[in-house]
Write a protein that binds this ligand. Structure first.
Ligand SMILES: *Cc1c(COP(=O)(O)O)cnc(C)c1O
Length: 394
C-alpha cells in the first residue's frame, strides 16, 4: 500500500494496464461464456484459483475486478473486496458468510431497517438469534456477549438518528472473544472512515449512495480484513451473487470524483445543519459533527470528516405540518436513497425501527440529503419550508 493521499489514490486505483489496455476509465467487458482453446486449458483453469482470471461470466470480468480492487485500495490493510447487486445483498451475504444455526448476532438498534428485517426474517428461520444493542454501548457490549455470540454488526453513524459508535472499544471486546465484527460504512465511506484499519473484519458499503453518486445504479460491496476474505468469497459464489459489468463501470466512473463530491456534500450539509440549529421551528439537529449529537466526541476522534446526510427534529407539529414543509420544497426531491448530486428530503419515524432502546422526539423528523446545489439556495428553500410548517402547526 503506497502512502499517497486518498484523493490521489482514488483516481488511479484499480486501473491495471491489463484490464484497461490504456483506456482511462476501465471499459465494459460483458460476458457469460468464456471460450478455451483446448479441453486441457478449460480443466486447468477450473481446477486452479479463478481469482482475476476469465473463467465464466458469473465470476466477473476486468470491469468488476477493477472497481473491487479500487475499493480495496481505499481500505488500508484489507485482504479483498467483492461487489454485490445492491447494498442489501452486500449486508446479507456478509452475515451469511459468518453466521451458522445456533449462533447469536448482536445488531445495533439504529441499523438500517432492511438489515433488521433480514435478521428478523431469514436469520431467525435459520435458528440464528439477534440481540439489539444501544448504539452508545461502547465497551459495555462485553456484557451482552455469550458463548453463542458469533458476530457484532455496527452502523456508525446510524442513517436516521446519527449516533456515533465507539468502534475501537467494540472491536477490542470482539477480538478478545473471537467474535467477528462488521460495519455498514455507507455514510462515511472509506475516505472519511477506513474501518479495516480500525480492526473491523468486514466493511460494507451501499455503493448505490456515494460511490455511484448519480442516483442511477444499485450496487454494494464488502471489503474483508486480514484472514476474512476466503469465507466471504465462498458464500458469494455459493449464492451466485453477480454484479453487472455495466453497473460496475458506472460505479468506477462515479468513484473517481467521490473525494471532491464528498467534500462539497460535507461542507454544504454542515452549513445547513448549523443554520437549522438557529431556527425556532427546529428542536434538534442530528448531525455527528455538531457537539449535541450523541457520540460527537467519537466522531471527532475517529472520522476525517462528515458526508451530506443528516436529520432534524421539528418543534411540535404533526404529520400534516411536516408534509407542508416537505411538499413545497423546490430543490429537494421526495424519495428514498441518498448520495447523489441532488438534494432529498424524507419524512422519517425512527421510533418505529427500535426495539432495544427508546427514541423520543419533540416533533416529527425530517432527513435531508444535501446535494451539490448551492447551499444558499437550499437554505432559502428550507426557510420557506419552515414558514409553511409554522403556519400549518398554528
Ligand atoms: C441504502 C442503504 C443500504 C442498502 O443499499 P441498497 O443499495 O439500497 O440496497 C444499506 N445501508 C445503508 C445505511 C443505506 O443507507
Amino acid at each position: 500500500m503506497s502512502d499517497e493521499k486518498d484523493a490521489t489514490r482514488i483516481v488511479s486505483a484499480g486501473r491495471r494496464p491489463e484490464w484497461t489496455q490504456g483506456i482511462v476509465n476501465p471499459p465494459v467487458w460483458r460476458a457469460s461464456t468464456i471460450l478455451y482453446d483446448l479441453v486441457a486449458e478449460l480443466r486447468a483453469r477450473g481446477a486452479g484459483d479463478t481469482h482475476h482470471k476469465l473463467f465464466y461470466g458469473r465470476r466477473g470480468t476486468p470491469t468488476q475486478w477493477s472497481l473491487a480492487e479500487a475499493l480495496n485500495e481505499l481500505e488500508p490493510g484489507a485482504e479483498g473486496t467483492l461487489l454485490y447487486p445492491s447494498g442489501v445483498a452486500a449486508v446479507t451475504t456478509a452475515l451469511l458468510a459468518v453466521l451458522e444455526p445456533g449462533d447469536e448476532l448482536l445488531l445495533v438498534d439504529s441499523a438500517y431497517d432492511p438489515t433488521r428485517n433480514f435478521a428478523n426474517g431469514l436469520l431467525k428461520r435459520m435458528g440464528i438469534t439477534t440481540r439489539y444493542y444501544d448504539p452508545l454501548i461502547g465497551a459495555g457490549i462485553a456484557e451482552l456477549c455469550s458463548e453463542r455470540t458469533r458476530a457484532i454488526f455496527l452502523e456508525s453513524p446510524g442513517s436516521l438518528t446519527f449516533e456515533v459508535q465507539d468502534i475501537p472499544a467494540i472491536v477490542a471486546v470482539a477480538k478478545q472473544r473471537g467474535i467477528t465484527t462488521m460495519i455498514d460504512n455507507t455514510w462515511a465511506t472509506p475516505l472519511l472512515l477506513p474501518t479495516i484499519a480500525l480492526g473491523v473484519d468486514y466493511s460494507i458499503l451501499a455503493c448505490t449512495k456515494y460511490i455511484v453518486g448519480h442516483s442511477d445504479v444499485m450496487l454494494g460491496s464488502v471489503t474483508a480484513g486480514p484472514g476474512q476474505y476466503g469465507r466471504l468469497r465462498s458464500m458469494t459464489y455459493q449464492l451466485g451473487q453477480h454484479t453487472s459489468p455495466d453497473d460496475a463501470w458506472l460505479g468506477a466512473r462515479g468513484l473517481r470524483t467521490m473525494a471532491v463530491r464528498l467534500r462539497q456534500h460535507g461542507a454544504a450539509a454542515l452549513q445547513i445543519a448549523r443554520w437549522l440549529e438557529t431556527r425556532p421551528e427546529v428542536a434538534r439537529v442530528l448531525h455527528p459533527a455538531l457537539p449535541g449529537c450523541p457520540g460527537h466526541a467519537l466522531f471527532v476522534r475517529d472520522f476525517k470528516g462528515a458526508s451530506g446526510l443528516f436529520s432534524f427534529v421539528l418543534n411540535g407539529g404533526d404529520e400534516a405540518a411536516r408534509a407542508a414543509l416537505i411538499d413545497g420544497l423546490a430543490h429537494f426531491g421526495i424519495g428514498f436513497s441518498w448520495g447523489g448530486y441532488e438534494s432529498l428530503a424524507l419524512p422519517i419515524d425512527p421510533q418505529r425501527h427500535r426495539s432495544a432502546t427508546r427514541w423520543e422526539a419533540e416533533g416529527p423528523v425530517v432527513r435531508l440529503q444535501i446535494g451539490l446545489e448551492d447551499p444558499d439556495d437550499l437554505i432559502a428553500d428550507l426557510a420557506a419550508g419552515l414558514d409553511r410548517f409554522a403556519a400549518a402547526r398554528g
